[in-house]
Design a protein around this ligand. Sequence first.
Ligand code: HEM
Ligand code: HEM
Length: 129
Amino acid sequence: MGAKWIKLAVLYFIIGIALGLFMSATIQLHWAAAHAHVNLVGWASTAIIGLVYTVYPKAGTSMLGKWTFWLYNIGLPILLASMFMVQIPGAIGFAHTFTFSGGGALALAIILFAVNVFMNVHDTDRQQV
Ligand code: HEM
Ligand code: HEM
């Protein structure tokens, strides 16, 4: 399960870096918050979850691990889309539908991840890497 998370994380890394270069090149700094979250939630947080699930495969393959995967990876692109949309004049009302649906799914995923860590991450289950 960990490898799928890490592969998705790398896609966000490419998008985040490309956006950073675009912002630098064009001095369009109003995309900074969206760029920050593509990099920090899309790349960094997703990769960290992937590494946790690689080191503790029992947590990654548990029912909570599967729910985390789908809620997180459906919720995050929707939330990130809303972070771009709030910068577009007139789109804020529409953007908030995305913020609350995507952000709600992501928040639930993170709560399930935390529950999963407490229930299924034990030193005795650690994968030797
Ligand atoms: C080629 C790589 C990158 C470029 C060219 C780039 C460029 C930028 C630019 C132009 C800004 C706006 C700065 C401003 O508003 O004054 C910014 C903000 C930011 N970047 Fe990047 N970035 C890159 C990679 C990354 C990575 C890898 C991360 C995190 C893992 C990251 C995290 C952030 C954060 C958190 C902010 C917001 C900072 C703030 O608002 O104070 N960036 N970046
Ligand atoms: C449900 C998840 C999250 C939501 C809804 C959210 C929302 C926000 C909002 C509304 C801001 C202010 C943006 C602005 O000033 O224009 C912000 C800033 C920031 N958030 Fe998040 N955030 C989330 C998760 C995270 C996570 C997990 C990280 C780090 C791993 C993070 C890092 C940051 C940083 C570095 C800033 C400052 C960026 C800047 O000023 O450009 N956020 N966040």
